[in-house]
Design a protein around this ligand. Structure first.
Ligand code: SF4
Length: 381
């Protein structure tokens, strides 16, 4: 299990302080075809900061080699915002006084028609994390309603059992997103104040259960700004490396979400992730894992999303709303989970991508399905 890798590195990481890496370590990493974990640490270290341009050139080359100039587009659909957890950084925190809502199946279909009308074929379903209010049966019923409208359906919900992932896979789910939020267990305990989400290990093993349940595409990440960013980025990359190695037929990708304004007063203080830091993290991911997908969401501004495009991005959200419902009305209709920074409609994102020489992709699900066995066993020991 990845948890064992995580534990071993947690104990050993203090042997490799970021300040100990030098320019020579960065140059060695830049000149290698296959990077090891010390190379990754070098690229995340302060010594790499003068070499961001060289890293960007190599990242661009590797991305074109492995993905061409295509960007896969998707949008989130919030089915509900009930939640049993108290995450300090999220508007849906069970203690926040917001309007709680869950879409009926008829409303789900209305939303589906509105989203499909934009041309998007990849959708990501979110529910908040309440097993009581939005159980697997509800998600499955929504997926059945959505299937005729979309080529690919992803889920970003509370951690499930392997058998539940398999059931959702059979209902039509082929993609999965789960952010660990904080790999650092102490920080994780500090910001997850109550609820089942406090189980750090169960969440960390969610992506492996999803892979074994047959899901074809798995997206992970840390919520940048919670823990110390070098450590969080290092463990995110190790996690993606582990999944690629042990589930070679799964398409593995990483998101780089930064904390956004939300209901509540929590502000990250320990480790701010500035724009140059975000660039360094993204370049380190690309150089360490040339075949991993990199997802950039509407949390980032239009200008930054465009600047980051050539550095390794393979997937972007577009036309996103982060409240429950709203697509059929054309606007946010309740409390958003967080504020988005890029609110351009889908057709503007498509135009921008074409202008910059990229091919927006609405549908690549056929390949994923063909590569997905119904039952998948890890080769993990
Ligand atoms: S981050 Fe997820 S689990 Fe935490 S409060 Fe928000 S919706 Fe609930």
């Amino acid at each position: 299990m990845f948890y064992d890798v995580y534990k071993a590195w947690r104990e050993n990481l203090s042997q490799y302080p970021a300040e100990a890496f030098e320019a020579g370590d960065v140059l060695r990493a830049l000149n290698r075809d296959r990077l090891d974990r010390l190379d990754l640490l070098a690229l995340l270290s302060p010594a790499a900061q003068p070499y961001l341009e060289e890293m960007a050139q190599k990242a661009h080359r590797l991305t074109i080699q492995n993905f061409g100039r295509t960007i896969s587009l998707f949008t989130p659909l919030y089915l509900a915002n009930f939640c049993s957890n108290r995450c300090a950084y999220c508007s849906f925190n069970a203690q926040n006084q917001i309007t709680r809502r869950q879409l009926s199946l008829e409303e789900v279909e209305q939303e589906a028609r509105a989203i499909a009308g934009t041309g998007l074929q990849h959708i990501l379903l979110l529910t908040g994390e309440s097993r009581q209010k939005s159980g697997p049966e509800y998600i499955e019923a929504c997926v059945e309603r959505l299937r005729p409208h979309f080529a690919s359906i992803g889920i970003e919900v509370y951690p499930l059992e392997e058998e539940e992932y398999r059931r959702l896979y059979e209902a039509g789910v082929d993609a999965f997103t789960m952010f660990q939020e904080a790999y650092d267990e102490d920080i994780y305990a500090e910001v997850h104040l109550a609820g089942p989400k406090r189980n750090h290990r169960y969440r960390m093993e969610g992506p492996e259960r999803a892979c074994r349940g047959g899901i074809a595409s798995v997206n992970i990440g840390a919520l940048l700004g919670l823990g110390e960013w070098r450590t969080e980025s290092f463990f995110t990359a190790l996690h993606a490396e582990y999944l690629q190695k042990h589930y070679p037929d799964v398409e593995v990708s990483i998101s780089m979400p930064r904390l956004r304004p939300h209901v509540g007063t929590f502000q990250p203080v320990a480790s701010p992730v500035t724009d140059p830091v975000l660039v360094q993290i993204m370049l380190a991911y690309r150089l360490f894992l040339p075949r991993v997908g990199l997802t950039l969401s509407t949390r980032e501004s239009p200008e930054l999303r465009e600047d980051l495009l050539p550095l390794g991005v393979t997937r972007m959200s577009a036309g996103s709303l982060t409240s429950v419902g709203g697509y059929s009305e054309g606007t946010e209709t309740g409390s958003p989970q967080f504020e988005i920074a890029d609110d351009r409609p889908v057709d503007e994102i498509v135009k921008m991508l074409r202008t910059k020489g990229y091919q927006p992709t609405f549908c690549d699900w056929v390949n994923m399905r063909e590569r997905t066995p119904a039952l998948r066993q890890s080769t993990a020991k």
